[in-house]
Structures are given as structure tokens and as C-alpha cells.
Design a protein. Structure first.
Length: 218
């Protein structure tokens, strides 16, 4: 199946009325076809199933999606990468970084964080890169660094998590502080004792938002 035909199917299923609601929800930062998540998944499922058989990531398709003016095309690229993430190689990290810092907002970044996390988990030599991201001027690279281990449970690299979190204490950015809370909340399901200890140790350097999110299951 030609992946670019998927974009044509999205065009055919556009809903201008729904698009206005979606654009407003995203603070009018992007244009939308107006296709909600269940329909998006229905449309791309057969394409992604066939793509997985190729065992090869089509970066030209990803570039095409990322340059498209409709936001759902970035979702297509992100979920395509999630489907194909086991075929990523360490040399792909700069390409993924480019996606994070282009047309950046929480919706695209939060698709990419665990795609990038899957790559870091397979190539430990990339941990130094993700540490650098955690101190970058770009808040979205910081957010990816903080949350790239979500759902890792007992396989979480706790030393790496702690270093990244410490690099982002005393931050004033909402999306960074929210990410800190999410990372701690997620890991609290596996190791609540460690998370409680972290909060107690760094309480004065953490935002109220981070503390609130982190303590949800404690």
C-alpha cells in the first residue's frame, strides 16, 4: 500500500465543522482535517500493518507528513513511527530530534517521547544525548527527556531518571513541570518509596504542579 494514499483518505474524510473545534482546542496553532482519533486509527491501521512487513522506515513519507499543513498528518507520522520503532537505529536520533523541535506542541511531542525512549533503551550510549536534551533551551527536548521512560516500570533506569529530573528542578515552564509530575507519578506505580523520597528531598525546588501530579497515587 502506498503510504501517501493514506493522506488522500484523510482528505476524503475531512470534516470542516469538527476541524474548527479541534483547531480551537489546540489554541488555533494548527489547521485540521477534522478527523477524530477513532477514525484516524481506522484509516491508518491497514497502511501501518503493511508498512510493518517492510521492516524499513520511510523517512520521505515522514518528512512529507511533517511538512503538511494539516495537524493530523503529524499524528500519522508519529504513530507510524510508533508502529515501526523497533526498526529505528541510533543514527535516526537526529531525525527524531528534528521532529520534536519542528511544529512543536504537546500533542506531537507526547507521541514521540516513547518512540525516542525505545531507541535510548536499545542503545545505552545515547543516554548522554538525552541528558543533554534535559538541559537544552528547547522546552520540548526537555519534556521528551523527562518522559522518555514512561511505562518502563521496573526497567526504568532510575539513575538516569533522577539526573534528568534534577536538571529540571526550579523550572518555571508549565510543560516541563507537568512532565516532571507525570514521570514521577508513572514511576510511583512501580516504586512509590523512591518517588516519596525524591519529593521529600527536593520538595522546595519542585513546582506545586509537579508535586500534585507526582503524588496522585501515593
Amino acid at each position: 500500500m502506498n503510504l501517501e494514499n493514506l493522506i488522500k483518505e484523510f482528505e476524503q474524510n475531512a470534516n470542516p465543522t469538527q476541524a474548527k473545534f479541534m483547531e480551537k482546542y489546540m489554541k488555533n496553532k494548527f489547521l485540521f482535517f477534522g478527523i477524530q482519533a477513532p477514525k484516524r486509527k481506522e484509516l491508518w491501521a491497514p497502511y501501518f500493518k503493511e508498512a510493518k512487513k517492510t521492516k524499513n522506515i520511510d523517512w520521505n513519507f515522514i518528512k512529507y507528513c511533517w511538512e503538511h499543513d494539516k495537524r493530523e498528518c503529524q499524528y500519522i507520522a508519529g504513530y507510524y513511527l510508533k508502529t515501526m520503532q523497533k526498526f529505528l537505529v541510533k543514527e535516526d536520533l537526529p531525525k527524531l530530534k528534528s521532529l520534536v523541535v519542528t511544529k512543536s506542541w504537546w500533542d506531537s511531542v507526547d507521541i514521540l517521547d516513547r518512540v525516542i525512549g525505545s531507541l535510548i533503551s536499545r542503545y545505552s550510549e545515547l543516554e548522554n544525548v538525552i541528558l543533554e536534551w534535559s538541559m537544552d533551551d528547547n522546552i520540548w527536548l526537555r519534556r521528551v527527556a523527562i518522559d522518555h521512560q514512561l511505562l518502563r516500570k521496573e526497567n526504568t533506569n532510575v539513575d538516569l531518571l533522577e539526573k534528568i529530573l534534577i536538571n529540571n528542578l526550579n523550572h518555571t515552564e508549565f510543560f516541563v513541570n507537568k512532565a516532571i509530575g507525570w514521570a514521577l507519578r508513572d514511576y510511583s506505580k512501580t516504586n512509590p518509596k523512591w518517588v516519596k523520597s525524591f519529593i521529600e528531598k527536593y520538595y522546595k525546588q519542585m513546582s506545586n504542579l509537579s508535586i500534585k501530579e507526582a503524588g496522585k497515587y501515593l
